[in-house]
Design a protein around this ligand. Structure first.
Ligand SMILES: [Zn+2]
Length: 335
């Protein structure tokens, strides 16, 4: 009982830290769906498959699953522009503390911020891209989706439970959305169950100009089955240091995931549980107008539109720094 209270307390403190910088406290609706109880005796993640877009995503968003996974797959390990990062990822894989960790023979399309974060629409391949997105990058993005479905198929068919990206790509990354879509398609094909992290908080994303969750999945997650999973802190830090040492860590180096993370069930035995809400046409201009009232610097499109040359796999810079909770001791150190 005491351990439970401690965990809840730590998780609550992390959750509350998400709202630092937001003037008004935000009340979140507590999910009403019951916890899943049909878990195997060995634990909910034992024997699971973990599928992520880029190496380091697995430990950032799916650390509880990594600790017990039967197989980890990074689907797009080749960096679009920085060979040194690709090499660093290979070095990380060779020394990874959890095995097996496999890389698909695919590379990132280099489309980070090539979609209009204000107006983009979810599609089968991920999200719509802007008209000025480089043709070659847009083509690679489309081709990658087909390749992902083909190359991930033999993995997904072997594992009844898969952990992957959420449908809004955690913080909106175009390729995270793409991988999530591919896994859900394969889960339907093979009757698998799919889980994803229930983060970042919806309002927090909205305030930073990342609207995909708000626009298309608002309220849809509250009734999904969910489970709270412990993050293996020592394993997380070990892996993070491994990535950093090899120049392949693409997120804020001070980031620590919540000690207890909530995960949503996106599909159960092949049946997809989450559906997106298509915004009615009359509502989109209103939403865009309301959004325009925010600080322009917070617009997703203003955070670095069309800068594929600056992409570092996931992202490095303002999106990660602004979204990540910082421990109080780190804030004190930085003055
Ligand atoms: Zn990523």
């Amino acid at each position: 009982m005491c351990i439970f209270v401690l965990r809840w307390s730590r998780g609550f403190r992390w959750y509350r830290a998400q709202f630092r910088g937001i003037r008004r406290p935000i009340r979140h609706r507590r999910p009403t769906a019951p916890e899943v109880t049909d878990e195997p005796p060995a634990g909910p993640m034992a024997g699971a498959l973990v599928v992520v877009a880029h190496p380091d995503d697995e430990i950032l968003w799916l650390a509880p699953a990594v600790a017990q996974a039967a197989m980890i797959v990074a689907a797009l390990p080749g960096h679009a522009h920085e060979p040194s990062i690709t090499q660093g990822r290979d070095a990380v894989r060779a020394a990874y503390p959890v095995e097996p960790f496999e890389f698909l023979p695919l590379a990132s399309a280099g489309v980070y911020k090539c979609s209009d974060w204000l107006r983009r629409v979810p599609i089968e391949q991920g999200v719509t891209l802007k008209s000025d997105c480089p043709v070659a990058a847009a083509s690679r993005y489309r081709d990658n989706y087909s390749a992902l479905v083909e190359l991930l198929d033999p993995y997904v068919k072997q594992y009844p439970v898969v952990y992957t990206h959420n449908p809004w790509g955690e913080y909106g990354h175009e390729e995270h959305v793409q991988v999530s879509n591919a896994v859900l398609v394969l889960a339907q094909r093979h009757g698998c169950s799919v889980w994803a992290w229930d983060g970042f908080p919806e309002r927090r994303l909205w305030s930073e100009g990342m609207r995909l969750r708000t626009d298309y999945f608002a309220g849809r997650t509250a009734t999904l089955p969910h489970r709270a999973l412990d993050v293996d802190g020592p394993l997380y830090r070990q892996v993070r240091e491994l990535y950093i040492a090899n120049g392949a860590w693409t997120w804020d180096q001070g980031y620590d995931p919540p000690p207890v993370s909530s995960y949503l069930q996106l599909a159960r035995e092949g049946g997809v549980l989450i559906t997106r809400r298509d915004r009615p046409s009359w509502a989109r201009p209103l939403g865009i107008a309301a959004y325009g009232a925010l600080d322009a610097a917070r617009h997703g499109t203003a955070l670095g539109p069309g800068r594929p040359g600056k992409e570092a796999g996931c992202s490095v810079g303002r999106p990660s720094q602004s979204l990540n909770p910082r421990p109080r001791h780190a804030l004190r150190r930085s003055g």
